[in-house]
Design a protein around this ligand. Structure first.
Ligand code: FAD
Ligand code: FES
Length: 267
């Protein structure tokens, strides 16, 4: 993990409140893995004081070397609003890579990837890693859910990897009009996957965990608990441990990617 003052390479609007920012991180990212995240200080001053966590959306590769990271983010408050205003050439303080990564399953062939809204951010890197690792794209299905058509991101990224994409929206403006977990449940019953990866709102994750548990399907989740330090110092990111009753994990150190059997998502 490295802290560096890194240059913004691009910061483009890709939807009503969505942006992609490329950051030129020279050091420390050679072995970055899908699921890991960074903490970004969006302002040079004290407001906001705390860094904000973002999943690594894509590594930036030049001459076969990882020289930076791209983040995909949604503007939801002060920090992300400031981030969206950073122009190319400006510098940001970035700490990373942090946290655990998605584990590639041994002997797994059929894979489901389930993304809710901005939860898609780490899953594009994961999908590309799976394909590079030899998973047949024909055995991998992506389920993308969003409130509206504008919240369905990265469809082309997955299609460029030759993965099938199943879209759904709450309002029916694109794909099926239903929660993303509805087609997941049908597809699981039809042709059981060997692994489910998911990232998105907590309610979606709870439902995915229920589907996976009912059929004993291995499942890994990236969770987006609020974080203050990202390094295990503030205890602000506690997640109840399912496998150690009465104990807690740090989402920043032990996660953000967890085996679904090891954590208890609060009701
Ligand atoms: C490991 C990890 C990876 C993340 N990856 C991404 C990513 O790739 N792209 C992205 O857009 N966001 C990601 N997030 C969420 C992102 O960190 C927050 O949206 C951001 O910190 C909000 O900062 P803000 O100052 O703009 O909003 P704030 O002013 O802090 O909050 C604005 C609103 O957003 C809500 N909010 C803030 N943080 C979270 C959170 N973690 N989960 C749910 N609601 C929250 C607040 O409750 C409030 O309603 C990630 C979070 C974690 C922990
Ligand atoms: S964010 Fe501070 S301990 Fe995890």
């Amino acid at each position: 993990m490295v802290q560096q003052n890194a240059q913004v390479l691009w910061n483009e609007k890709v939807g009503p409140s969505y942006y992609r920012i490329g950051i030129d991180c020279r050091y420390g990212y050679t072995h970055v893995k899908p699921g890991q995240f960074v903490m970004v200080r969006v302002s040079g001053g004290i407001d906001p004081l705390l860094r904000r966590p973002f999943s690594i959306h894509k590594p930036i590769v030049r001459n076969d070397r990882i020289v930076g990271v791209e983040l995909l983010y949604k503007v939801v408050g002060k920090g992300t609003r400031i981030l969206s205003g950073l122009q190319q050439g400006r510098h940001v303080d970035i700490l990373g890579p942090l946290g655990s990564a998605f584990l590639l399953p041994e002997n797994a062939h059929r894979i489901f990837i389930v993304a809710g809204g901005i939860g898609v951010a780490p899953l594009v890197f994961l999908a590309s890693h799976l394909v590079q690792s030899g998973i047949d794209p024909a055995d991998c299905v992506v389920f993308l859910g969003g409130r509206t058509k504008a919240d369905l991101l990265c469809i082309d990224d997955f299609k460029n990897l030759h993965l099938a994409v199943h879209s759904s929206t709450d309002d029916g403006s694109a794909g099926d009009q239903c929660l993303v977990t509805v087609p997941v449940e049908f597809a699981v019953a039809d042709d059981r996957p060997d692994m489910i990866y998911a990232c998105g709102p907590e309610e979606m994750l709870k439902c995915v965990v229920g589907i996976a548990r009912a059929r004993s399907i291995p499942c890994q989740l990236s969770i987006e608990t609020r974080m203050a330090c990202g390094m295990g110092a503030c205890l602000g990111c506690a997640v109840a441990a399912e496998d150690m009753p009465g104990r807690y994990y740090h989402a920043c150190l032990d996660g953000p990617v967890f085996d679904s059997q090891s954590i208890h998502l609060e009701d």
